[in-house]
Design a binder for this molecule. Sequence first.
Ligand code: LHQ
Length: 264
Amino acid sequence: MRTDYQCLLVEQDGGVLTVTMNRPDKLNAFNDTMLRELTEVVEVAAQDDAVRCLVITGAGRAFGSGQDLTSFAARTEARTLKVSDHLTSYHRLVFAIRNAPKPVIAAIQGVAAGISCNIALACDMRIAADNARFIEAFARIGLVPDGGGGFFLPRLVGMGKAMEMSMLADEVSGPEAEHIGLVNKCVPLAEFEATMKAFAQRLAKGPTSTYALIKELIYKSVESDLPTTLRLEGELQDKAFELADHREGVTAFLQKRPAQFTGR
Ligand code: LHQ
């Protein structure tokens, strides 16, 4: 796994790969390099069996402040770039996260604004510190939510809250985010790092191949009807039954000991 990135810190601890967006003086705003690097790491980690849980987080006092507006404004004014073309690069990152056959977690402390917020929403789960500030900042600058926000937001928090967050673009705090289902867990900042590590390590020791099947079932179900989902459930359960981790889970239960999952 490559670790010498210009705008990222990449660290592996057991089965957990932690990727830290590292442009703290810009509150980790996305420039082209950081977007390209983050996409590469997620795509490589998705294929690497040694990585069983991926954590995306931010350096300094933010998760991320969205698109780097300084570099972007110059390019749109000069008409050297069509926004929808630029967005396809973000979409590649969104698909890489969603299609990774293992859990991808966003760990958010401080501000998560604009497309950084929506990259966090693309992840499978979110852990927040109580200083987190989620801002669908787009309407503040006359834009619609992008980076998948229009898809993820209503599915996570319902239509009304999604509309409110998108139109008013007010900050949602970490505790409020937990209350409305935007994040899985919000903890005091002092406990954030330890909580995030324990959560990720627990997932990394889980039945990884089964987790891939769970991702497929849950994500396809929100776009399917009941008969289709129940058919898929059967197909995926047939696959899960063949996995070594299923046999290990049952054996461990019968032997009254904790399961030792290998991820296969
Ligand atoms: C920044 C940024 C930033 C550059 C803080 N860029 N420098 C749009 C266009 C096209 C295609 C792709 O999709 C998008 C999607 C988007 O993401 S649109 C939304 C873009 N993001 C925003 O509109 C948020 C802009 N930032 C802010 O509103 C504030 O900075 C927030 C609320 C994030 C944080 O506020 P504070 O905690 O008060 O920090 P600050 O404003 O003092 O920022 C600290 C520094 O970071 C500052 O630089 P300086 O040199 O003055 O210390 C900011 O200029 C810089 N920074 N966000 N997106």
